[in-house]
Design a protein around this ligand. Structure first.
Ligand code: FAD
Length: 824
């Protein structure tokens, strides 16, 4: 059998070698119009960016290998220019000699790929305008950069190749602008997922102009780019990457049937409308695994596998071929990875396929093991639980999660299967409940009716008069943003405050990522509320809605004349602290929002005005959260820098105490004060429960311990201090610390106290000692009355760490801004 193959890269080269492995006797001729066969199209942008250093690395297989090892007749610089189906022969033009000749075939395979779209615009023929398809294009761009040293590059189109080129030209030292006609980059993601990429690209100094088309180019001293919004932009070179068109002209001229988008139509065995002519790769249309529609999915994986499979069809070997494609794709964008499989929400809508969706933001691996970073994930599924599509964006572990989901989708798995998947786990790699399992749990909860969700895109349309919008995050978290009209009742105090939530209207709950919201939903649902939880929490809403500037800093752009000129990105502010100033360093890596912010707030409390806190975090939201937090709490963000996926912020403590500025979110005058006079165990427990609850709601709390109350604050161990006889006697008679306190009633010689402590433990209520420590670390001011201490002979050294000394003036000062003052 004589087989001719047109195109010597992904589909063509795979088919040629598989044919040889299956049939040693076949005559196989491979025609490639360019200089190289089997080159790494996917690696081309990385050569331009410098990650791949040698030109030779771009060629995966040389013709000699196919000739020597596979006995394939490889003809480079040989373009097939015509197919004569009657005579079963093709016309080949040898570009080295300029001559043409015929070659007959028994079977013909077309794998000519696809060519970059080149719109008919003014100035498209300028030599500074490039497309990227093959090695020759790559060398052309490379030589241009080396020779003419352009300062700026414009990329038209923010698809996979456009985004990869943006990153790589940035690495090459150019100032990069990307213009995209749609409102988002990378169409295989939905907007709210792509928004993470938009922000990341801008953070890396790429100017991303979305919803903007290019109307034409003029050559002046530079290239003037006329945009659809009438703005003019100057650049030194342009990469057009607005998509591809199947290279089907040969097939068309030969009268073969064409499919969608001008592709070559093929059947299950990759045969065209002529049974002796086959086609694979970017030139054909495929059936989508989920929608069943004919679509174009120009990716290397399908092309290579189709090349392998078509060899069997050509040789007439019966078997099942997989012409169905699901479109699994992955993209590196600086430190981020974005990946997807199956259909997007937009595509499901477009195909009228009913779907449900869920969002989660888990850690890439156990958060207590260093280096974990968050992943944002979205799962699309139907009422029966079948997986329809999945998307993920994050720094680590994105590829393996989407690969697992792609496998599940291919095998027709449901969300219930995801719940059951047993995936590898050790802390450096994952969590005992892997993010893939978590997607299964949240989706299955929706299907089982355990949770009713609402989504980020419904939030703005909710009529606030007809619902209660409930934010169950800690008060500190609300400083960095909340939903309009929301009331804040942290989950920790929800049970005690349920009376504040009207029962006659639905409650729409949200937290940061959806987990606490779900817990709150379960609490309220079980007592009869109609409740909905925001899937993916405030984080998903913020990712989708955040208005991020087109470039990170406006000082990088000069719009003083008609054109937008990009100034070179300034070096990030140094994170090196000045040596004279006290700086404390805090590690919040691995903690997810709000962890880093809570840690910042906690540590800032210990600082004096002018002192600095250097905090490291891996949560990408930290960069914007910390800015807002610092602004709203009267502190100063001195710098924020990034090293791979670790962010370092340097913050100077402001002159206003952060607690009071944080409290700007709540009406003034709602501080709480308490005089703790009693030294009884039950009263002490009550006092600290109230204090912790108020602190969690963001209230400033001052507890003033006087007379017997001071015993609560004594250290349990004996402290060597100098006392006179009466002071020593007093000290001996009074309980030393909280563990020795008795009940006010039914103490029964200490038995009652023990019983209460046992009951508290049984009901998971924190012990008094834990409550005291929590209050101190939550910023509750715990003050011991100096006068009572003197009277009772208790020394400062005998008090717990974190307890301050105060007189009545201090207490009264606090009481003035308080709306509640308890005497216990
Ligand atoms: P190609 O690999 O394009 O090969 C077609 C060959 O046919 C060409 O060399 C062409 O010169 C030759 N040819 C055309 N007409 C004739 C003719 N008449 N006579 C002789 N020869 C002819 N996919 C991914 O999955 N992941 C990625 O990361 C990725 N990155 C990419 C980056 C870039 C810059 C590009 C351009 C593509 C990328 N792709 C990626 C897509 C992937 O490369 C293609 O899907 C795949 O190569 C298609 O294989 P193919 O055989 O159909 O066509």
């Amino acid at each position: 059998m004589k087989v001719l193959i047109v195109g010597g890269v992904a589909g063509g080269a795979s088919a040629a070698t598989r044919l040889r492995r299956l049939d040693e006797t076949a005559q196989i001729i491979l025609f490639e119009k360019g200089e190289f066969i089997s080159y790494a199209n996917c690696g081309l942008p990385y050569y331009l960016g410098g990650a791949i250093k040698e030109r030779g690395r771009l060629v995966v297989t040389k013709p000699e290998l196919l000739i020597q090892q596979f006995n394939i007749d490889v003809r480079i610089f040989s373009e097939v220019i015509q197919i004569d189906r009657e005579q079963k022969r093709v016309t080949v033009k040898n570009h080295r000699t300029g001559e043409s000749y015929f070659e007959t075939y028994d079977k013909l395979l077309l794998s000519p790929g696809a060519e970059p779209k080149k719109p008919r615009l003014d100035g498209m023929d300028l030599e500074e305008i490039f497309t990227l398809r093959n090695v020759a294009d790559t060398y052309k761009i490379d030589d241009f950069i080396k020779k003419l040293k352009p300062r700026r590059a414009l990329i038209v189109g923010a698809g996979f190749i456009g985004v990869e080129m943006a990153e790589n030209l940035k690495h090459r030292g150019l100032e990069v602008t990307v213009v995209e006609f749609l409102d988002q980059a990378v169409a295989s993601l939905d907007f709210e997922m792509a928004a993470i990429l938009h922000r990341h690209m801008r953070e890396f100094g790429i100017q991303l102009l979305l919803g903007t088309g290019v109307a034409g180019f003029n050559k002046t001293e530079a290239i003037e780019v006329v945009l659809s919004n009438t703005l003019t932009l100057e650049t030194d070179m342009v990469i057009m990457s607005i998509g591809i068109t199947p290279e089907s002209h040969l097939a068309k001229e030969a009268g073969l049937t064409l499919g969608v988008g001008g592709s070559i139509a093929v059947d299950e065995s990759y045969a065209t409308s002529d049974p002796d002519i086959f086609a694979v790769g970017d030139a054909i249309s495929v059936r989508h695994l989920i929608s069943g529609n004919e679509v174009l999915i120009p990716l290397a994986g399908p092309a290579n596998k189709q090349g392998r499979a078509v060899a069997e069809s050509i040789l007439g070997i019966p078997g099942k071929h997989h012409r169905e494609v699901q479109g699994s794709a992955i993209l590196k964008v600086f430190d981020l990875t974005a990946a997807s499989t199956g259909l997007t929400e937009k595509q499901l809508k477009g195909n009228n396929i009913p779907y449900l969706k869920t969002y989660i933001h888990p850690s890439s691996h156990a958060s207590y093991y260093p280096g974990s970073t968050p992943i944002s994930m979205k799962l699309l599924f139907n009422q029966e639980g079948r997986i329809l599509g999945a998307q993920a964006v994050g720094f680590e572990g994105v590829d393996k999660r989407i690969d697992v989901l792609a496998t599940a989708l291919r095998l027709g798995a449901t969300v219930y299967d995801l719940e059951e998947l047993e995936l590898c786990y050790a802390p450096p790699y994952s969590s005992a409940k892997d993010p893939v399992n978590m997607l299964g749990f949240t989706a299955a909860n929706m299907l089982k009716g355990d949770t009713k969700v609402f989504h980020y895109d419904e939030v703005d349309g909710l009529d606030r008069n007809k619902i209660t919008l409930l934010d169950v995050r800690a008060q500190e978290e609300t400083i960095i943003g909340t939903l309009d009209g929301a009331i804040n009742l942290p989950l920790e105090v929800l049970r005690q405050n349920m009376a504040k939530i009207p029962k006659d209207k639905p409650v729409y709950i949200f937290c940061q990522v959806g987990l606490r919201g779900y817990v709150a939903e379960r609490i309220l649902r079980q007592i009869g509320y109609e409740v909905y939880n925001l899937s993916g929490g405030f984080k998903t809403y913020k990712q989708a809605k955040e208005q991020y500037p087109e470039v990170l800093r406006s000082d990088m752009v000069d719009t003083s004349d008609s054109g937008v000129k990009i100034k070179p990105a300034e070096t990030p502010l140094s994170a090196e602290p000045e040596t004279q100033v006290k700086v404390i360093q805090v590690d919040a890596c691995g903690l997810q929002c709000p962890g880093p912010i809570m840690k910042t707030a906690e540590n800032m409390r210990a600082l004096q005005s002018g002192e600095q806190l250097m905090i490291q975090a891996t949560d990408p939201a930290f960069t914007s959260d910390i800015k807002v937090w610092a602004e709203k709490t009267g502190n100063r963000l001195l710098s924020i820098s990034r090293d791979k996926s670790t962010f370092t912020a340097l913050i100077e403590k402001g002159f206003e105490p952060s607690v009071s500025s944080a409290a700007k979110a709540v009406p003034a005058g709602n501080d709480k004060t308490m005089v703790v006079f009693s030294g009884d165990l039950d009263k002490a427990i009550a006092a600290f429960i109230i204090a912790n609850g108020a602190a969690a709601m963001g209230r400033k709390v001052t507890m003033f311990f006087t007379f017997w109350g001071i015993n609560i604050l004594r250290k349990p161990e004996k402290v060597a201090v100098k006392k006179n006889f009466i002071e020593s006697m007093f000290g001996l008679m009074m309980p030393r610390g909280s563990a020795k306190l008795g009940l006010s009633r039914m103490n029964m010689g200490g038995l009652g106290g023990k019983m209460i402590r046992g009951l508290m433990k049984h009901h998971n209520v924190s012990s008094l000692e834990e409550l005291i420590q929590a209050a101190i670390s939550n910023g509750v001011e715990v003050l011991a009355c100096q006068m009572s201490m003197d009277l009772m002979g208790i020394k400062e050294e005998e008090l717990l760490e974190g307890v301050g000394l105060a007189g009545v003036a201090t207490f009264l000062g606090s009481a003035e801004t308080s709306d509640t003052n308890l005497f216990i």
